[in-house]
Design a protein around this ligand. Structure first.
Ligand code: ADP
Ligand code: ASP
Ligand code: MG
Length: 468
């Protein structure tokens, strides 16, 4: 089988992890598979690069020097352990240094200009992957595996939306098919940089934070692969974030739609857009643990399986703001909802949840807190006349809110799920700020205050017996 295997930041973030990666790839080869690797930056590197770029914009250039030293040391130590004193190590470190020189030069420019453009930020944030793919390929070669690093900017053609680029399917398939099958035919193992892409004109972009998952499914679809395996540091998709509920259990099987909801509503284990390419091409995805490779993890495919559980998982998206537009005059204003959402869309912000009171006297919706000031400004401008005439009251914002999503295909047509959710929270005195049911009926989402979120997740997890 052709298998696209993505290794996340922690899976390539230490000597011990990289030894696991070698084992995993070796065993895939021994089983007759053709692995195509997609790798993230070493854990923490992307955060450091981005923080330094922001610091440079704010006038602090030393952060870039510090980041450079730390990242260089990380790669130097890793390669010393895994490549020894070798020409391979020298080549990897020369590339790391070349990229870090470029990084420092870019940060200097940002510092001088006092401006960090989205385009420059994409170039900087993607450097971790460009340092790591050659490193992982060299480590595999040192272990007798014929690996070759590939820059994803040669394969994934995207639009120009920096920080959240969308791939162009036909162009990506064309380049991928021209590049990868010949390598596989020679018995080589491509090691592709996750997270990064380029426009048709060659302008570098990124697919959004956590985007290496998306790279893996994009490449998987373009190849096409028989399966896509996402290697991370947990035993697959869990019933909820194990950092919130340590008893969270790994889920053996999920459908594409369920995982789509989970990822969209904040389960960090998969990038929100990553499931789409796999679903479109009907390629099974396995979520696996690099540190526990014999665990079966989670299989994701098109089967919507009723396993007797209506609710399968709960997610939380933190740092959200709820924006409410209300006013007794609202009923009389034609198209106010349309104008509201068009104004929001013009800011490029995505709305994660909408709820409208049936009286038509208010509309409320959720956006990321970081994006709420620009959304508010756009709304105040769009609805200036109505606000002035007092047809609408002030547009209000409540920060520090969290969207919880209760997910499971078996919820469709099962009565009483909402009652159980609300009952459990009500009994604990947790106030529900807003509610929405997804049109798929595979999820109920609700909004609670930040301070209540973890307790609410635990209560719902218990209420549906998900730990058992
Ligand atoms: P990687 O670097 O491999 O992409 P991430 O840190 O992005 O890994 O994602 C894995 C992490 O996601 C886990 O360590 C876990 O803490 C977190 N997580 C949040 N929700 C879930 C969930 N429902 N199932 C599994 N992991 C989750
Ligand atoms: N390195 C990138 C990030 O930290 C992409 C990824 O890890 O998936 O966002
Ligand atoms: Mg991730």
């Amino acid at each position: 089988m052709k298998i696209t295997m993505k290794f996340g930041g922690t899976s390539v973030g230490s000597v011990a992890a990289l030894k696991q990666v070698v084992q995993i790839v070796q065993s895939a080869k021994n089983n007759g598979h053709q692995p195509v690797l997609v790798v993230s930056a070493m854990s923490g590197v992307t955060n450091k690069l981005i923080a330094a770029a922001h610091a440079a914009e704010a006038g602090d250039e030393r952060a870039a020097q510090q980041a450079r030293l730390e990242i260089e040391r990380r790669h130097a130590e890793t390669t010393r352990e895994l490549l020894g004193d070798s020409a391979e190590r020298d080549t990897v470190l020369a590339e790391v240094r070349r990229l870090l020189n470029e990084f420092e030069t870019l940060c200097h420019g940002i510092h001088v200009l006092g401006e960090l453009t989205p385009r420059a930020l994409d170039v900087i944030s993607g450097m971790g992957e460009r340092m790591n793919a050659p490193q992982v390929a060299a480590i595999l070669r040192a272990n007798g595996l014929d690996a070759v690093a590939v820059d994803a900017r040669q394969l994934i053609v995207s639009d120009g939306r920096h920080g959240a680029a969308t791939p162009q399917i036909a162009a990506t398939a064309e380049r991928t098919q021209a590049t990868l099958p010949p390598l596989l035919a020679e018995g080589k193992i491509p090691v592709i940089t996750g997270f990064i892409a380029a426009t048709a004109d060659g302008v570098p972009t990124t697919l959004g934070r956590g985007g290496s998952d998306y790279s893996a499914t994009i490449i998987g679809r373009a190849l096409p692969a028989d399966e896509i395996w996402i290697w991370s540091d947990v035993d697959g998709v869990m019933t909820t974030d194990p950092r919130i509920v340590p008893e969270a259990r790994s889920i053996r099987h999920l459908s594409y739609v369920e995982v789509g909801e989970l990822a969209y509503f904040g389960a960090k284990v998969l990038h929100p857009r990553a499931i789409r390419p796999a679903r479109q091409a009907n390629i099974p995805v396995r979520m696996l643990n690099t540190f526990n490779p014999t665990h079966p993890g989670t299989l994701i495919d098109g089967n919507i399986e009723a396993d007797g559980r209506a609710v399968k998982a709960i997610t939380a998206i933190k740092d959200m703001s709820i924006i409410t537009i209300a006013g007794t005059g609202m009923m009389g204003i034609p198209g106010v909802a349309g104008r509201t959402f068009s104004a929001v869309a013009r800011t490029g912000t995505s709305v994660l949840m909408i709820s409208q009171a049936s009286s038509e006297q208010s509309i409320c919706f959720m956006v990321k807190t970081a994006e709420s000031p620009v959304v508010l400004a756009a709304l105040r401008e769009e609805l200036a006349r109505e606000l002035e005439r007092r047809d609408l009251d002030e547009i209000s914002v409540q920060d520090e809110t969290v969207i919880l999503a209760v997910i499971g295909a078996g919820m469709k047509g099962t009565p009483g799920i909402s009652a159980k959710v609300f009952g459990a929270l009500g009994a604990a005195g947790i106030n529900i700020v807003a509610i929405a049911q997804g049109s798929s009926e595979y999820n109920i989402s609700l909004v609670v205050a930040h301070g209540d979120a973890n307790t609410a997740v635990r209560l719902i997890h218990d209420e549906f017996g998900l730990a058992a």
